[in-house]
Design a protein around this ligand. Sequence first.
Ligand code: NAD
Ligand code: UGA
Length: 437
Amino acid sequence: MKISIIGTGYVGLVTGVCLADTGNDVVCVDIIKEKVEAINEGRAIIYEDNLEQNLRKNLKENRIKATTNIEDAARHADVIFISVGTPSRENKSIDLGFIENTSCDIGKALRNENNYKVIAVKSTVVPGTTENVVIPLLEEFSGKKAGSDFGVCMIPEFLREGRAIYDFMNPDRIIIGEYDEESGNVMAELFKNFSCPILRTNLRTAEMIKYASNAFLATKISFINEIANICELKGIDVNEVAEGIGLDKRIGPHFLHAGIGFGGSCFPKDVSALISSTDENGYEPKLLNEVMELNERQKLWPVKKLKEIFSDLKNKKLAILGLSFKRDSDDMREAPSISIINFLLKEKCTIQTYDPKATENAKKIFGNRINYCKNIDECLNDANVCIIASDWDEFKEIYDKFELMKNKIVIDGRRMLNPEKCKELNIKYYGVGYKNG
Ligand code: NAD
Ligand code: UGA
């Protein structure tokens, strides 16, 4: 099929590359010229396993290209995906500015088009957005009618950063929210070779399924973090508890890894947007409010431990391993490391950091207020304490490197190390949900 994708961030570029890889003819659109040039030159603007390699392969085979010209892209396509950002406003409600602009632009581009096309929203939008915002703008600016002149769908995306290509190609399910049956049929045809259940719903149900999924996963993380905090007080290891409860098929083993909270571009903003969206209905989502509050508290768990260890943090040298919100990603959005570092800077600590991929993004946040090291050794050198803030694989086997520290003390925010081995090596170990003390 001929596909155009508006917005080439994590979701747009991955969708474009994967749909090209499955034999479609793809045009990616972005308003940022540098992103478009990078794509056409075969450079992925984000760090994501296999993305650049697959982009280059499909560029070579002429199945993908990028442009800033939305009219060309609209003319080209049978299906136009909208995958622009839906960030939080200051008050945490969803900012639909990019969605509105894109809907206007597509509407204008459709004005002189006579072929039937389906517009599919892939961005995460609060229930009612496709019906109440996207369709009216498309109709107004195109002078055409949804459901007859063009089709509309809402296809939420469930990929994880760091596993984006794999997740896109191997989804647990595909949700097709459809304005009408014909629109849904076009989408079902596009995804017919994916071997997973396809659920067809109306537009607002699809929008809600996306929010409910993210809210549930965020709740599961806050739940296990709450259990971790209780375990710590009672001298129990939460990892064993997670294993034990995860064996119950009704609970399942996934998303039970206790840590210093969820970050990233999605859980925090999406749970907040869902909470905000209930204002207009006069409903108070108490559970979700608590999930968010607990998460904010959990991000500062390493600071709580530090205060137990030292009465004064001033001039302490802290090594922070991991800056990104999770492993295999250079994304710093809402990363717990930000809350930790901001707190420690106020306490006048010296901070040396190391992250395999996120350093450049971290520099945009902290500038020269912290030190950026080239490797783990440099980061640990002469430090009073090491805090592990994201779960990169390379932090797993670093026991001998703690010899480089002034004091061999580790605060393991991601449960990367074996506490018993630390004990054998005289490394003072504090782990989330571990029987510390
Ligand atoms: P992003 O910010 O990385 O990328 C969005 C892109 O859209 C940017 O490159 C921006 O320049 C471009 N853009 C904005 N306005 C435009 C316009 N009018 N025309 C053309 N391009 C325009 O965002 P993302 O992380 O890819 O997320 C996109 C959406 O997908 C969000 O709603 C997000 O919640 C959702 N989502 C993200 C993920 C993820 O892992 N990042 C997963 C599932 C769903
Ligand atoms: C998440 C969802 O997993 C995707 O399904 C969804 O599409 C995406 O949000 C989105 O809507 O954008 P992502 O944010 O990329 O994906 O990463 P996750 O692997 O879900 O991790 C999110 C955060 O939770 C990370 O900070 C991670 O460290 C933390 N986490 C995850 C835990 O603390 N414990 C766990 O057991 C799992």
